[in-house]
Ligand binder design. Structure first.
Ligand code: 4NP
Length: 154
């Protein structure tokens, strides 16, 4: 299973989702590939936002090897599931899909914990540190569900 986490800048939410998902893969001993990307190019080549690095580090996860990159259409070929952080990421991705098989790979990540509700992971970029703690918890819960689904073969 190859999973791609996608947000806008690939510096706040999706790097956290990538780091958390990799930690879950270790915890459940599942063999998955995880990466992240942004729909925008503003921060390409940058390390994750220091506030994302900090909340991850507090939870035993190191994001310092990650560098932001922009989503590419070829990612539809490289990944089995593409998990959007919010509705804007979802519609940007849907607009890039070349066919039904591409579209079927895109999911709202919080539908893992709130099925069918299409909830957004709020963009924490312009807010305070508490926003990053909230985002961490949402992503940790969603990645836990994803890991359990993969571990149980569903
Ligand atoms: P992210 O957060 O999409 O979670 O990485 C953002 C990062 C940067 C910007 C917006 C959101 N920005 O406008 O530069």
């Amino acid at each position: 299973m190859r999973l791609l986490m996608v947000c806008l800048g690939n510096i706040c939410r999706s790097p956290l989702a990538e780091g958390i998902m990799k930690a879950k893969a270790k915890k459940y001993n599942i063999d998955i590939e995880v990466d992240s990307a942004g729909t925008a190019a503003y921060h390409v080549g940058e390390m994750p936002d220091s506030r994302s690095m900090e909340v991850a580090f507090k939870n035993g996860i190191d994001l310092s090897d990650q560098r932001a990159r922009k989503f590419q259409t070829s990612d539809f070929d490289r990944f089995d599931k593409i998990l959007a952080m919010d509705r804007y990421n979802f519609s940007d991705l849907a607009a890039k899909a070349r066919n039904g098989s591409d579209s079927a790979k895109i999911e709202m990540i919080l539908n893992k914990t709130s099925p069918g509700e299409n909830r957004d992971v709020p963009d924490p970029y312009y807010g305070g540190k508490d926003g990053f703690d909230k985002v961490y918890k949402m992503l940790d819960d969603a990645c836990e569900v994803i890991a359990q689904e993969i571990a149980s073969g569903s």
